[in-house]
Write a protein that binds this ligand. Structure first.
Ligand code: CO
Length: 256
């Protein structure tokens, strides 16, 4: 069931989003060669708690930390560790959710450490652009898979592939709500172009893009998703409200 949000509820998701943006901006400053993902996780938790918010992922299905990391060939959901130390040339995705005043917000960015390969650079651009192309379709009167299609088309035109094992989601009083937001047009079933988008829907759009094949596997820690073929992967996510006037990005970073 899809819960439509009132303007007041959207403002509360905006408040949670401010915390998310603040945490991601702080992590961006802290990401450098030599830092461990464990250290970054501690900083994120501290910043969120200092704003009166709670890290949304901690304890969610027993996830043990505040941030999900994904380095290079990792796709999503990497658990922070003192042993995972970032180095020059890595790309790392930082995925953070906050719970504040009864509502959730969720966002992810992938950033380069210093100089990365041209291929990595292209992957970051394409993945980020695919997110914005998806957001550009988040108008009432459009349909859900218009978003999916825009993401998939862009990624595949650039020669990369979208991950199908994970999808975006509605968000609000729960971290994950209906509808699911795939980054591809589902091939089976009679869903057509998907449900019609309505003002008051709030969704987390989160393309995960692999350089090579779309397939992923989960490591023995039960969480970390990696590309089966070992190629690089990137992930960007925004929490977006659909209004009469179109999409409003609630987790907009404000600065780069
Ligand atoms: Co999400």
């Amino acid at each position: 069931m899809i819960f439509l949000k009132s303007e007041e509820e959207i403002e509360r998701i905006r408040s949670a989003s401010h915390v998310v943006v603040e945490v991601l901006n702080r992590l961006k400053e802290e990401v450098k060669p030599g830092v461990s993902t464990w250290e970054l996780d501690k900083i994120a938790e501290e910043v969120a708690l200092s704003k009166g918010a709670k890290p949304a992922f901690k304890g969610y299905r027993d996830y043990p930390a505040s941030v999900c990391f994904a380095i290079n060939n990792e796709v999503v959901h990497g658990i922070p560790s003192k042993k995972k130390v970032l180095k020059e040339g890595d790309i790392v995705s930082l995925d953070f959710g906050a719970y504040f005043d009864g509502f959730y917000s969720d966002s992810a960015i992938t950033i380069p450490l210093g100089k990365v390969s041209p291929l990595a650079e292209k992957l970051l651009h394409v993945t980020r652009n695919s997110l914005y192309k998806g957001i550009d379709k988040a108008y009432p009167s459009n349909r859900l898979f218009d978003i999916s299609q825009a993401i998939q088309d862009h990624v595949e035109q650039e020669g990369f592939s979208v991950v199908k094992a994970f999808v975006g989601h509605g968000i609000g009083r729960n971290l994950h709500e209906d509808p699911q937001v795939p980054n591809f047009v589902p091939e089976n079933g009679n869903w057509g172009k998907g449900i019609r988008l309505k003002p008051g829907m709030v969704i987390a759009i989160e393309p995960m893009v692999n350089v090579g094949r779309p397939d992923i596997r989960i490591l023995s820690d039960g969480w970390t998703a990696v590309t089966v073929d070992g190629t690089l992967s990137a992930h960007f996510e925004h929490t977006v409200a659909i209004t009469e006037n179109g999409p409003v990005i609630l987790t907009e970073e404000g600065r780069e």
